[in-house]
Design a protein around this ligand. Structure first.
Ligand code: NI
Length: 138
């Protein structure tokens, strides 16, 4: 953990009340811990808008594996971006559906290109890309 700095925050009472309820539900020990985590999450997500930023992320796909040519297309795309893929988790959700979580690393622009190509394959029912890069504490 980096050097701790204290600072004051002013906000509307209703917003603080909602935030305190959020803190309680999530199980944070205090406001400082919750605010720090919210900021890290926000800053990590903000990296998604910087094309040259090198980040770690996940691509989540849900698809029907019975769809013609779908699996071949997904595999071809992943091989085309092999340098960006760290690992893939495949779960057979039910008789028809598969969940795939692809852990990726590289320039945001490349990862978004891969994610968009995968998510837009015909037969993919749900998909998203999320940056999960840790944000520096110091
Ligand atoms: Ni499957």
């Amino acid at each position: 953990m980096g050097n701790l700095v204290r600072f004051g925050i002013s906000m509307e009472a209703g917003l603080l009340r909602d935030f305190d309820e959020f803190i309680k539900k999530k199980g944070f020990k205090n406001r400082s811990q919750a605010i720090a985590q919210c900021l890290r999450d926000y800053l990590s997500q903000a990296l998604e808008t910087i094309p040259e930023a090198v980040v770690t992320g996940i691509i989540i796909l849900v698809y029907n594996h019975e769809k013609r040519d779908l699996v071949d297309t997904l595999i071809d795309l992943q091989h085309a971006f092999v340098g960006n893929i760290i690992s893939t988790l495949h779960v057979h959700l039910d008789h028809h559906h598969c969940l795939e979580i692809i852990v990726v690393k590289g320039k945001t622009s490349d990862l978004k290109e891969l994610a968009n190509k995968l998510i837009s394959v015909k037969g993919v029912k749900q998909g998203c890309f999320r940056v999960v890069s840790p944000v520096q504490d110091e």
